[in-house]
Design a protein around this ligand. Structure first.
Ligand code: URA
Length: 271
């Protein structure tokens, strides 16, 4: 984000801070008045490209202007910092102090992801829930236990794969992630994938699948075929939490995972 003093978002933030400081009616922004600030904000909103929204889901990796706020230590994490993280530990350190979206102010801790750095399979969910927010680990609640069992049906131990989410911070009350939050977080997922170089990604649930594949399609329409994201093959399937509510989806999920198994075995995925 442009840090110049003409940046209307930055100026607006300063205005709010000053108002909060109850310094009376005076506005102490160099060269700016309330009216000029409002005019700049309106102009910047009108000039902004329409936010990509697929029923509230922003596509991961799609370039979207993100207002990047400084971390608590005052350091802004830019896309270039993320792209320059040399390994998963360095990237996790950035995530732990990230404030690129407002979720940093409500989360207990960021949930970066975990697993084998050379995993053949990366599992991608939506966002941390309450248990994940408490523990700092992905998929540790009931849905996580089911995920582990599902992976075992294709001979994969949890420790052998890599597990993460589109969002690294929990949305309050588990609400749907907002497009701006996905846009702010997506460089982390892209970097995770670039560092791990998996043979296949499994997108669990409609949200993760839509975000990765830039579509509004129903999950049922996306299943059963191979997709691609950032050059990696993607298999989509039901989210374990949805399976807990709809046990009838267990069989189709197992079938989707067979597709993953065939890919890993070098067999014809359509066979
Ligand atoms: N649901 C998700 O999508 N991710 C988690 O980490 C836990 C539950």
């Amino acid at each position: 984000m442009n840090e110049s003093t003409n940046d209307p978002v930055r100026l607006a933030r300063r205005l709010l801070t000053q108002t909060l400081g109850a310094e009376g009616d005076a506005l102490v922004l160099e060269r700016e008045t309330r009216q000029s600030l409002l005019t700049s904000l309106r102009a910047s909103r009108d000039a902004a490209p329409a936010a990509p929204s697929h029923h509230g889901v922003a596509a991961v990796g799609r370039p979207v202007a993100v207002a990047v706020a400084p971390t608590a230590t005052g350091v802004t994490i830019e896309d270039a910092d993320i792209a320059g993280a040399g390994d998963l530990s360095a990237l996790a350190e950035l995530v732990s102090r990230c404030s690129r979206c407002e979720l940093h102010s409500t989360r207990k801790q960021a949930v970066f992801g975990e697993g084998a750095a050379n995993a053949r399979v990366v599992c991608v969910g939506e966002a941390p829930g309450a248990r994940e927010d408490e523990t700092g680990r992905p998929f540790v609640g009931r849905a996580g236990q089911l995920l582990d069992r599902l992976l075992r049906t294709i001979g994969l131990a949890r420790e052998s794969v890599y597990i993460c989410n589109v969002l690294k911070s929990r949305p309050p009350n588990n609400r749907d992630p907002l497009p701006g939050e996905v846009a702010a977080c997506s460089p982390y997922l892209l970097r995770q994938l670039a560092l791990i170089q998996p043979e296949v990604i499994i997108a669990f649930g409609a949200f993760a699948s839509r975000a990765l594949l830039e579509t509004t399609s129903a999950l049922g329409r996306m299943r059963g075929q191979l997709h691609e994201y950032a050059g990696y093959p993607v298999v989509v399937t039901y989210h374990p939490a949805a399976l807990l509510r709809n046990p009838g989806w267990t069989r189709p999920t197992w079938e989707d995972l067979q597709l993953v198994r065939r890919l890993l075995d070098g067999d014809d995925p359509n066979g």
